[in-house]
Design a protein around this ligand. Structure first.
Ligand code: NZQ
Ligand code: ZN
Length: 388
């Protein structure tokens, strides 16, 4: 286990109906608020009306930025920055999934920054100040509600890049599982794949002596596996929605489950290049690419993959070698993603071979990609080819 420090300042307010606290919580931090939301799901469910009413009752002035895209775009972030500057906004409230939260973080960092907010995503500037923000999470997936990361798309340049800062941890996040009852089937699947993928990025590690961290990871994976299908059968299954929501937050909240471990993140790097160009949902891309990454790298540490097969999927050794077990675990992963309805090939999204070189090149542009196995451009190309 490596040395580590851990500090996560986000207050989590979890439970059915806890949205009612949004006025009071927001008023602790600001009086002149930008409410950021997506393409309309919160209007359809009534969450918008409820939030506006609670904010008004708390004496808060509300400005609005609707229309955050899935794979949120820089141009929309810029609109939010302009509103905050013009109106003197002192707090941002994100009501939505990872895209809305990430856009809100970019706005929060962009407002006090004199240069272009994109500077933060291409290594030209560091985040030194940010407006405070809070969230009402509506989709179990990214963990953005309890971490300092954000991912933004520069649509015109077909780039999607991550950035982050401890200053961008939300002050509070309200996790009310009932607001996720309306999440459509496909996003329930993609969100669950994303949660599992966050765990994979941390679990497949070369760091030795991390038994507790491995068991944290395995327990999240098992809990997601047990709860996805109940949520698909009955979208209002209170227990399943609550469990998925808490898994999503725990899987990526500043690395709590993998402290002292080296993480990989290559598959995320590759997926971001795919959604940068083709605008596919992040979890959909991960469902295609992750099993192929696993096949490509498992020999780096076959014992961890064998452990994954046995502990997460309950595959019995029955005289099989580590190598055979590892492959059985990877097959079980692919089969599960397919069974819950995720795509298994990029061609299902109309993606062909024409942009493979560009995606591979961008994925390794800034530094070596991955730690479990460092990937070069040709490796990324090979994994993408396996995924077509
Ligand atoms: O826009 P609306 O109308 O709200 O609809 C959304 C959107 O169409 C809908 N939705 C969300 N909550 C709903 C709902 N529909 C009905 N009822 C609800 N309660 O779901 C669709 C997808 O939403 P989105 O926010 O895009 O999904 P997700 O949470 O998966 O976020 C994906 C984005 O997060 C980034 C991804 O790259 C992608 O851009 N990530 C952010 C990370 C982070 N900040 O830590 C880490 C992740 O690995 C990821 O890269
Ligand atoms: Zn992800």
């Amino acid at each position: 286990m490596n040395s580590f420090q851990f500090h996560n300042p986000t207050r989590i307010v979890f439970g059915e109906g806890e949205t009612r606290q949004v006025g009071e919580l927001t008023a602790t931090y600001g009086r002149n608020v930008l409410l950021v939301y997506g393409g309309g799901s919160i209007k359809a469910t009534g969450l918008y009306d409820q939030t506006i009413q609670l904010l008004k009752e708390a004496g808060i002035t509300v400005h609005e930025l609707p229309g955050i895209e899935p794979n949120p775009r820089l141009a929309t972030v810029q609109k939010g920055i302009d509103i905050c500057r013009k109106e003197g906004v002192d707090f941002i409230l994100a009501v939505g999934g990872g895209s809305v939260i990430d856009a809100s973080k970019a706005i929060a960092a962009g407002v006090p920054h004199e240069g272009d907010v994109w500077d933060f995503f291409v290594g030209k500037a560091r985040i030194e100040k940010a407006l405070p923000l809070g969230t009402i999470l509506t989709l179990a997936a990214t963990g953005s509600e309890m971490n300092g990361g954000m991912v933004i798309s520069h649509w015109e340049e077909k780039l999607k890049r991550g950035s982050g800062s401890p200053l961008l941890y939300p002050k509070f996040s309200i996790l009310d599982p009932t607001v996720t009852y309306s999440v459509p089937r496909n996003h329930t699947v993609y969100g669950s794949v994303d949660i599992m993928s966050h765990v994979f990025e941390q679990y497949f590690s070369l760091t030795e002596n991390t038994p507790l961290q491995e068991r944290f990871c395995e327990s999240i994976l098992q809990t997601v596996i047990e709860n996805v299908e109940p949520a698909l059968v009955n979208p209002s299954d209170a227990a399943a929605r609550a469990n998925l929501m808490w898994c999503g937050t725990m899987a990526l909240n500043g690395g709590q489950i993998s402290l002292g471990m080296q993480n990989d993140w290559a598959t995320h790097g590759i997926e971001h290049e795919v959604s940068a160009i083709y605008d596919i949902p992040h979890g959909a891309g991960l469902a295609v690419i992750f099993p192929n990454w696993m096949k490509y790298v498992y020999k780096e540490r076959v014992d961890r993959f064998a452990q994954y097969a046995e502990r997460v999927w309950g595959i019995v050794r029955d005289g099989r070698s580590d190598d055979e077990l590892a492959l059985a675990g990877i097959e079980a992963t692919r089969a599960f993603f397919t069974r819950i309805g995720a795509e298994s090939r990029l061609s299902e999204f109309g993606i062909g071979a024409d942009q493979l070189d560009r995606m591979a090149e961008e994925a390794v542009r800034y530094h070596g990609l991955g730690a479990f196995k460092q990937l070069e451009k040709q490796d990324v190309r090979n994994i993408l080819e396996m995924s077509l």
